[in-house]
Design a protein around this ligand. Sequence first.
Ligand code: IPM
Ligand code: MG
Length: 359
Amino acid sequence: MECKIAVIRGDGIGPEIIDAAIGCLDAVARRFGHTFRYSFPPMGGAAIDATGVPLPQETIDDCLRSDAVLLGAVGGPKWDNLAGHLRPEKGLLNLRSALGLYANVRPAVLYDQLRAGSPLKPAIAKKGVNIMVVRELTGGIYFGPRGYRDGKNGQEAYDTEVYSIAEIERVAKIAFDIAMGRRKKVTSIDKSNVLETGRLWRATVNKVAKSYPDVRVEHMLVDNCAMQLVKEPSQFDVMLCPNMFGDILTDEAAMITGSIGLLPSSSLGATKLGLYEPIHGSAPDIAGQDIANPIATILAAAMMLSSSFSLIQETTAVERAVNVILDKGYRTLDISETGNKKVSCSKMGELIALEILNS
Ligand code: IPM
Ligand code: MG
């Protein structure tokens, strides 16, 4: 198979983790006889430095001409003082919107090898964590009307949460479809005791649920969910969230697995063109030191192989290689404990790539 992949290295540790992931994709190509052609369009801080804007039109066009997009991470203190519409993060938000990627799928899995690294009490961790968060990605307060205005106490800023029934329906369907292939439970998150959008969210999810009689649907207020995630995370199978609640809860879900450096995500829309990225950020504090954990990006590349290219055997080979290397005790700094073999970002990438080649 021949595939064209738009690779956005991004800022901070982005280039390092992307290099490791490309090493693994090249290993897949050699081992299974595929050709992956890469382009490297700029986005985020790197694009601001090169072109003055966080998302040049050529980058959007390049992504639209590609079969999939692989992204490192964007942002950093260097660009923190720019106006909102010029920040690196705005590049990512506009790219999600331009590519129509309305559903962000984020697995939070507690790996057996890393159980000791979870901040959960052992009795809770023992029950396991295997949650698939489906986050709405192109609506809600992230994209509603915003601005500054004169209020009765002087200048004020505002952001607005807006959701249409159609936006809720399409992302809910993705959550229910995913649940059908898992433990058949959807927990839908909202703030329906306060927000009008929350009430519409809940009513719409109930309507969609009627087409999935085999899936159990449960509704949970977002504040309660934040608590339940640390109290009893094993109760969750698929979690369906509006944009901002999903942003917040996925950081929490990742943290309880003790492995934010291990978790990938995919953003999907109406077409096969998906965007794949680690769920962590650009970690500017450790950039350029070759100590970041590339596994989340490598697993994001694996998600790309299955979701965008339907290469199932190849996906399994990457996931297996990651497990073998963890089983052998290799760890990057973030997940390292005494007794482990501590390795750099690039070394971790090489070990996994070699394991793929030898599989
Ligand atoms: C994420 C990030 C982004 C978001 C930022 C970088 C814009 O936190 O993907 O979770 O808020 O969606
Ligand atoms: Mg986030």
